[in-house]
Design a protein. Structure first.
Length: 194
């Protein structure tokens, strides 16, 4: 594997990620939002994530910017990054499938919103976040650039740490003791750890 092949694989997996999200986005739009916690802070956090996981790596893959921060590519990193990205895509696919019409890109509760505790949600409360952490790790491995590689971890990290507690508070407000009980038997992102 070469650095060019790794860039192509990052791009191909990113296109697959976009495709995986198309149908759930369309399906979710058919169900009205009954409560939204979208605000300026949420928009800024989403922009940080998009910048680190999308805009900056796309600029790097398309134009080589910022080339001055490149480091020598190690083929093993490329193979590991590909496996991690494919794992991320599987996690995100399963998350969308298990959530159904409950899914939203932001902090929203939909009409007839249900608490999903089966499938991938049986072990982890926030598998979508787990998928994005894996995507960020894959980016670090696939793109051998000191700025672009870790940008996904930084950008998504800002979104995750700025949002996850607010999301859990919203779920407690909506589902009360049922959600608290669910929290006791599941991990936040990594099964059995966190």
């Amino acid at each position: 594997m070469t650095a060019t092949v790794a860039k192509f694989l990052w791009l191909a997996c990113s296109v697959l990620w976009f495709a995986v999200r198309l149908e759930p986005r369309r399906r979710a739009r058919k169900t009205a939002v009954r409560h939204s916690a979208r605000n300026t802070r949420e928009i800024i956090l989403l922009a940080c994530s998009l910048g680190g996981l999308g805009i900056l790596p796309l600029a790097y893959v398309a134009a080589g910017f910022p080339r001055f921060a490149d480091y020598p590519f190690v083929p093993l990193q490329g193979y590991l990054g590909t496996v991690v990205f494919l794992g991320a895509l599987w996690v995100i696919y399963r998350t969308h499938r298990d959530l159904g019409r409950n899914w939203s890109v932001s902090l929203d509760l939909r009409e007839r919103h249900t608490l999903v505790t089966t499938g991938i949600y049986a072990r982890v409360r926030h598998p979508m976040y787990a998928g994005f952490w894996l995507m960020a790790l894959a980016q670090l491995l696939l793109l051998s650039n000191w700025i672009v590689g870790p940008a996904g971890l930084a950008g998504f990290g800002a979104l995750f740490f700025g949002r996850v507690q607010r999301e859990e508070d919203m779920m407690i407000a909506a589902f009360g003791e049922e959600y608290r009980s669910y929290m006791q038997r599941t991990a936040r992102v990594v099964p059995w750890l966190y």
